[in-house]
Ligand binder design. Structure first.
Ligand code: PMP
Length: 344
């Protein structure tokens, strides 16, 4: 792994306990839907994970948890609802691209949508860490919890559905969750089998689901407030060290400390990302999900940030392995690179 990894909003390293559980499950044979002992053994593991996942987000019933291939698939499930879909301008592309009906905003504040249809507002923005408030104005309210689970206590109040991915909190990639308040009223996402209560046909990703369950169980044992305080300090170190290069912070009043979005005027984000990489620090430009795209970030556009600052925006996202020393090393590396790159 990268020596100094500061790109946890893109993905997190799988926890050692998760790796072990996944390998163990992979060594077993057994389709969770087979009735023989091997099948039942895998099914028990999957159902244990369903319970852990339900508890980590505070769902009433494990049957409200539908395992998917990730948050993207869970978000795309909104397309199956036969009604208008309204989305916040800050949604991840896996929701933003589903609809042209965009809720209006004043800064990070989302204005209430129509009193009908589906309304989707994410919990924490993946590009900047802004914490959003869902107006809960639709008859189906959805929230993308991807950048919240594992970091803060989740509340499902007022939501009819929610989504997240395992790999953002120490679980494996390619496995995630669609939470449904009332699964019986939701149309099938995939057809051709009775898996996932008839809502998502196809053999389950047994090992991945087991890994997700273990990651959820570990989150439940964590002191999230303490971890947040620790990360807040790292964030402050980076912010203070960067002051000499005149940074612009893309922050909201209600801000998650796990993500720091900064534009350093006069320096292209990609250049700084490569400079940092060469020196052993992994950060990203804007949102990693849209890197490779030449389009400016729709999130920063919606905030009215000038194009030159959007093109200069980098994202630092923290995780358990980051220390004060590595945070200060990263910030100093960014200051040095900026000074070199902007030298007349
Ligand atoms: N929603 C948010 C807020 C995200 O940050 C991401 C991952 N960048 C996704 C959805 C998509 O997750 P996945 O690629 O695991 O499906």
């Amino acid at each position: 792994m990268h020596q100094n990894y500061f790109d946890h909003a893109a993905t997190t390293p799988a926890l050692p306990e998760v790796r072990e559980a996944v390998c163990h499950a992979m060594a077993e044979v057994g389709n969770p839907h087979s009735i023989h002992q091997s099948g039942r053994s895998m099914r028990d593991k999957v159902e244990w994970s369903r319970q852990e996942v339900a508890q980590v987000i505070g769902a009433d019933d494990p049957q409200q948890i539908i395992f998917t291939s990730g948050a993207t698939e869970a978000n795309n499930s909104l397309l199956h609802l036969p009604q208008e879909l309204w989305v916040s301008p800050f949604e991840h592309s896996s929701i933003r691209e589903l609809s042209s009906k965009v809720l209006s905003n004043k800064g990070w504040e989302i204005e209430a949508g129509p009193m009908q249809g589906t309304v989707s507002v994410m919990a924490v923005n993946n590009e900047t860490g802004a914490i959003l408030t869902h107006p809960l104005s639709g008859n189906h309210n959805h929230s993308d919890l991807t950048q919240l689970v594992g970091k803060k206590q989740v509340t499902l109040q007022g939501l009819q559905s929610a989504s997240f991915s395992g790999h953002k909190f120490g679980g494996p990639m390619g496995v995630g969750v669609l939470y449904l308040e009332d699964p019986s009223s939701f149309p099938a996402l995939q057809r051709g089998g009775e898996q996932e209560f008839g809502l998502r046909a196809g053999t389950l990703n047994g090992p991945g689901i087991v890994g997700l369950g273990v990651a959820a169980a570990i989150v439940r044992q964590k002191n999230l407030d303490q971890e947040e305080e620790r990360v807040r300090e790292l964030r402050q170190i980076v912010k203070e060290t960067l002051l000499p290069v005149g940074p612009h912070y893309n922050e909201s009043e209600n801000q998650s400390p796990w993500i720091l979005s900064i534009a350093i005027p006069g320096v292209l984000a990609e250049t700084l990302v490569i400079e940092a990489d060469v020196r052993g620090y992994a950060i990203s430009s804007g949102a990693a999900c849209s890197s490779g795209s030449t389009e400016p970030s729709h999130v920063l556009m919606a905030l009215g940030l000038p194009l030159d600052l959007i093109r200069s925006t980098i994202r630092i996202s923290f995780g358990p392995s980051n220390t004060k020393e590595s945070a200060s090393g990263l910030a100093q590396c960014l200051v040095d690179s900026t000074k070199r790159l902007t030298k007349p």
